[in-house]
Each structure stands twice: as C-alpha cells, then as structure tokens.
Design a protein around this ligand. Structure first.
Ligand SMILES: [Zn+2]
Length: 430
C-alpha cells in the first residue's frame, strides 16, 4: 500500500449517508447512492407491507436477513457483476449477477463460522476469518483472472468497534489487506498482466470512539411509554406506534403513524410529533435531525440549540436556506450543482451533506425522523455481541471521509466512492 501511495498518491473520498457497511457498498458495486436503489440503512420499516413479511414488516441486514439485500434492490441499476459479465466477491452483501460458486462467503459453512465468531464476540477470530479468505481469494484471482473482484476485509471494522480504531490489533487487521494487495501486485508483475490490473484500496466508512450509548428504542419504550418496534424485539409488539431502525450505530430512522402505507411527511406529522422532535433535540446524543417535508424538501434541525434550515432540490440543483440557524454550517446556498454542493461542504463538519441527505430522502423506505449522532454517542445500548467502543453511520467528517489508494492515473478529480465504480467500469470498457 505504501508503494501505491508513493506511485499515484493518496486520495480522500466521501462515502454515503448512512456511513455504514451494506448501504455504503452500493457506490462501489452499483455506482449509486443507496437511497436510489432501495437501501436507506442497515435496518428499515416497510410501510408498503409489500417488501417484507408479516407480522413485523421490518428488515435488518444483520444476521440471516443479509441474504435479502439483493431482492430489496431496484432492478433498473445493474451491479458491477452484471455489467462486467462475471466476477468474484467475498463479504460483499450485494451479489446480484454473481454465480453462487463465485461468492466466497455465501456457503452455509462460512455463515456458521462467521455467525459463531460474530455472536461470540470473538474479535481476534475475525482476523483468522480475514486471513483464510485472503488465501482463498488470492488463489481464485490468480487462477481465474475475473473481470471484477470485490474483496472486503471486515477485520478493521470489527476490531475498531470492539477496542477502538487506534488499537494495535486494528493495524494487524490492516496488514492482512496490505498482504493481499502486495501478493496480487507481485503475481501480476511476475506473470506480465499488471497493465490489465486496476487496483482500488478503499474504505466504506470511518470510525469515531464513542463514550455513551443513548438507546433510542429504550427511550421511547421505557421513558415515553410508546409501543416500539426495534430489533431484536420485533415480535409480539401489538399495534406499534414507532419503529426505531438504527444503522452503524450512529444514525437512525424513526417511523411513526405506522398504519400509513405511504410516507406521511412532516407537515402532516408536526402537530402530533413536534414534542418528540424537541425531546430528541434536547438529548446530548442527537447532533442533527432531518424531517422530510416532501420528495424534494427536508427540514434540518441541529441539536444544542443550533436552529433549523431547509434543504430543497429544484431542477436537480440544491438550495439550502438558513431559517433559525445553520445546522450544517454552510451558510445559504442557492442553485448549487451536484459538484458545487460537494466542494462547498467538503471542509465543513458534514462533507457532501446536501447531496447525501437529499439522496436518502429519495428512498421510499426512509424514516420520518432521520437522526445523526453527536461524536461521542451512538443510538444502541443493548444487544450488540461486540461492545461498541467506536461507531459510524453519521454525517460527521470522521465517518464520511474515506482513504483511497489506486494504481490508476489521476487525470480526473476523485470525489465520491461512486467514482471508484465508474472508473473501474471505464477501465473494463463497459
Ligand atoms: Zn461497523
């Protein structure tokens, strides 16, 4: 990786909101924002009742439902595997277009091993999983030379969650990635096909240490007294009044008026639910709250008395109007293009915020309140097999900015993780 850095430099890209594995793989594997292909988060509530099953009508991609990602994706956006006509992948979550034998981690044996490692909270065990996968993937890549390979090493994330991202074991997890890059490069050089190899070494989200867990499901269930639907307590909740769907764990979608089959939008909800919004904004854990007003407008409120602003998309351009405050720290923005909006927000605490919030609002599975956590906090206090010392999912720059190394020349500016997909497809000529 050091050699790649010295040859072509090191780039910083923005990932997506929510900055969480699964949704954050969509840019790499489909070239899109997750909100545009139907994945608003790691967990969501299905208002339509068409996409999930009775009795709870929710989805969580943690555990056995991970296999349902492909069926939840929109059909009009092809995956890298479909576009390139083949491929190999491991820990990919999105696998549409890949034959089963080319998904290294799709076997029952692997699921049992990974599940055992995960639910036992065995952090060092994840490094063994990464090492075994590295060896298997290297063998397959060298033997088959597939057009597109997606190799995800989860050790860095798992160890960061459990012991914090500064810990020595996180560096050890990174050396496995480094070894894979080195071995592929050495083989391609030795065998004379390095010119056919485009390499991207990239992360799907950042990490920030957390000091407190403000369990929103417990808050609304125990303190407010609502009937709450939240994983793992999704069975036996009669006539739920709220669904709390956390990702990462530093962001959450909250759904209310659950009997409505379509999104109710904030103007209709504000009378009954504004106290809930105010209650959330008083929590030290809540940094930003987004309230969808329509398909093209979202109100943004800042915690700690930072006031509210309105985000609108008009003819594909972005307007951000400060009202009682400037929660995104951008000042008023008028008629910004997609790339202007990226440039203007890059140095703020919330890189690419305007485009990311609007893209998430485009998803019909998005919640009625979208909350992004304060740096020191996340939104789940219980039921995690690995204790969370560190989290991600929010719009903060530490979560949103990701490193990228590549052996491709830098003739076009790099902005978002989507660019990796588009440059890879360009390299393949598809
Ligand atoms: Zn994670």
């Amino acid at each position: 990786m050091q050699a790649l850095r010295e040859a072509q430099g090191f780039h910083t890209l923005t990932t997506v909101f929510p900055s969480v594995t699964g949704p954050a793989y969509v840019p790499f594997l489909m070239g899109e924002h997750p909100g545009h292909v139907g994945l608003p988060g790691l967990r969501w509530f299905d208002r339509s009742r068409r996409d999930t099953g009775w009795p709870h009508f929710t989805r969580s991609y943690i555990g056995s439902e991970m296999r349902k990602v492909d069926r939840d994706l929109t059909l009009d956006t092809p995956t890298a595997f479909e576009r390139s006509g083949g491929g190999l992948a491991m820990m990919n979550m999105i696998g549409r277009g890949l034959p089963r034998r080319n998904k290294l981690t799709d076997s029952v044996g692997f699921a049992l091993r990974a599940g055992y490692t995960h639910f036992r909270g065995d952090v060092a065990g994840w490094l063994d999983v990464d090492r075994a996968l590295k060896a298997e993937m290297l063998g397959r890549v060298l033997a088959e030379r597939p057009p597109f390979t997606f190799a995800s090493f989860c050790g860095v994330d798992k160890t960061s969650h459990s012991v914090g991202h500064q810990a020595t074991i996180v560096r050890e997890a990174l050396t496995i990635v480094d070894g894979f890059v080195a071995d592929v490069t050495a083989a391609a050089t030795r065998e004379g096909w390095m010119h056919e190899l485009a390499l991207f070494v990239v992360s799907d989200h950042g990490h920030v240490d957390v000091r407190g867990h403000d369990d929103l499901a417990d808050l609304f269930r125990d303190e407010v007294g609502l009937r709450v639907l939240a994983h793992p307590k999704i069975f036996g909740v009669r006539e739920p009044e709220m669904a709390v769907m956390v990702s990462g764990n530093a962001m959450a979608h909250l759904f209310v008026e659950l009997e409505s089959r379509t999104r109710p939008w904030w103007p209709a909800l504000s009378g009954r639910w504004n106290d809930t919004a105010e209650l959330l904004l008083r929590r030290p854990s809540v940094d930003l709250m987004m309230l969808p007003h329509s398909e093209t407008s979202v109100e943004i409120r800042g915690g700690g008395g930072r006031g509210s602003a309105m985000l609108r998309r008009v003819d594909g351009r972005y307007d951000y109007e400060c009202r009682t405050g400037d929660p995104l720290g951008l000042g008023d923005v008028h008629g910004a293009s997609d790339s202007d909006a990226w440039e203007r927000s890059l140095q703020t605490d919330y890189p690419d915020s305007l485009v990311q919030i609007m893209a998430l609002n485009d998803c019909r599975r998005t919640g009625d309140f979208i909350v992004s956590a304060t740096r020191d906090w996340d939104f789940r206090g219980r039921y995690e097999p690995i204790p969370h010392m560190s989290s991600h999912g929010a719009l903060h720059r530490e979560h949103m900015l990701v490193p990228m190394l590549t052996n491709l020349p830098n003739d076009v500016p790099w902005r978002r993780t989507q660019d990796v997909f588009h440059r890879a497809m360009q390299f393949l000529g598809v």
